[in-house]
Design a protein around this ligand. Structure first.
Ligand SMILES: [Zn+2]
Length: 428
């Protein structure tokens, strides 16, 4: 039998069939998920090597706070391929009477509209918008390299915070790099003190800025970073602020939970922001409170800023203490600070969604409302003390490292404007 040679059409069909099949024939490297580094967290990881999909939930021990933070590295990617990351909420609970997590946490806390992605764990950007399918949130991520980091939000680990502090302090006489304390697990807690010129200490405004009393709220560390960038900037206003004040800056309070990928919020026995009592449980709270007491003693506890990220649907806003439990004067002063903060942050470009109305916290907010840091400082501070909490939106296209840093820069400018309105302090 004579076999006729294939026609041109047959060759084209054969080649296109081979082209369709070839991705299945290629031996792709196996996808792998690494959670062995500082700050990493993921659980129930299932990898489908054929459809290149990774299922996971946030990791973290619920005794150490809400399990809503996730952060891991994917290796074994073929450059240019798109993976699906499928996130489900954690079912972890704490079965202790009175515990905050007797029932699983609402998954919305763990599910930003966009995942944060980084090629190197340092520079972060957003994924495309995720899609919600039943219990799952699905992010599609195209990778140009063989690996990437994925996280709930841009990460800032204790190691990052130490690096930031060292960079800010390099070659700057006005900046002292210090340690607030060692954590209960022995980790250093980086801290900076900024003051410039020869103004006597007793005449300087005392300013305290801290972030991450709740470890999962990584965006608040980036707000703290933007704050310090502005303070150390070249503007005349920033220079005047450095010459008039003494600024203490702690970018991560709960370093142990930030290092181990735990949420921190509502940790047992209580989290850092319910720990400002006469006998603090956590080393960082104890050390911060002792330094704040020194400022109060010297009559210089002027502005205390506690940085957080809020609920999934919240914009940026200030939390203030209800003037009914303060004094009308203190109520007016904290309101003035919040108005300046709003004026500054709401003008940021690109726009940061922010509420003009601060939320008021009163005695019925929480059993331990007096043990929340800004309230403790308001209640124990000097007559002029302003102590407020800033919650920065995390679930918006603006919740990037640039957006967070912008909020911090605007907040620092508002602080400079606020202090410029105050009468200069003279040594008594
Ligand atoms: Zn918080």
């Amino acid at each position: 039998m004579r076999v006729s040679p294939p026609s041109l059409t047959q060759i084209v069909v054969l080649l296109s069939l081979l082209g369709t099949l070839s991705p299945h024939c290629e031996a792709k490297e196996l996808l792998r998920v690494d959670t062995s580094f500082e700050g990493a967290s993921a659980a129930d990881i299932k990898i489908d090597q054929d459809i290149r999909t990774i299922e996971f939930t946030p990791g973290g021990d619920p005794v150490r706070g809400w399990p809503c933070w996730w952060y891991f590295r994917v290796d074994g990617i073929q450059p240019g391929e798109t993976l699906q990351l499928k996130l489900r909420g954690s079912n972890a609970t704490v079965q202790q009477p009175g515990a905050a997590l007797m029932k699983p946490l609402s998954p919305s806390w763990a599910m930003p509209g966009r995942a944060s992605i980084s090629a190197d764990g340092a520079a972060w950007s957003h994924s495309e918008k995720g899609t919600r399918e039943g219990d799952w949130m699905i992010y599609s991520v195209r990778s140009e390299g063989t690996s990437f980091y994925a996280a709930w939000g841009p990460a800032c680990t204790p190691q990052d915070a130490r690096r930031w502090a060292a960079e800010f302090a390099r070659n700057k006489q006005a900046v002292q790099s210090l340690e607030l304390c060692r954590s209960r697990e022995g980790r250093p807690v980086p801290m900076l003190r900024v003051q410039e010129g020869d103004k006597p200490q007793a005449e300087r405004f005392g300013v305290w800025v801290q972030a991450r009393q709740h470890a999962w709220e990584s965006g608040s560390s980036w707000v703290a970073r933007g704050f310090m960038e502005w303070v150390l900037g070249d503007s005349e206003k920033a220079s005047a602020l450095r010459r008039a004040s003494e600024i203490t800056w702690v970018p991560i309070m709960d370093v142990d939970n930030a290092a181990t990928g735990n949420g921190g919020k509502d940790a047992v026995p209580y989290d850092h922001n319910r720990d400002w009592s006469d006998l603090p449980h956590w080393n960082e709270t104890q050390a911060a409170q002792a330094r704040v007491k020194d400022l109060i003693q010297a009559g210089r506890m002027d502005v205390f800023l506690d940085l957080h990220n809020p609920g999934p649907d919240d914009p940026t806003f200030f939390f203030l203490l209800d003037p009914a439990v303060l004094s009308p004067e203190k109520g007016d002063r904290q309101r003035r600070f919040a108005d300046l903060g709003y004026r500054s942050i709401s003008q940021a470009k690109p726009m940061i969604p922010m509420s003009v109305n601060p939320k008021m916290i009163g005695a019925n907010y929480s059993k331990r409302w007096r043990e929340m840091s800004s309230h403790w400082v308001s209640l124990h501070g000097n007559p002029q003390t302003v102590a407020v909490c800033l919650e920065t939106i995390w679930n918006s296209p603006a919740s990037t490292t640039d957006g967070y840093r912008k909020v911090g820069q605007c907040l620092a400018e508002a602080l400079a404007d606020f202090l410029a309105e105050q009468p200069p302090r003279r040594i008594p």
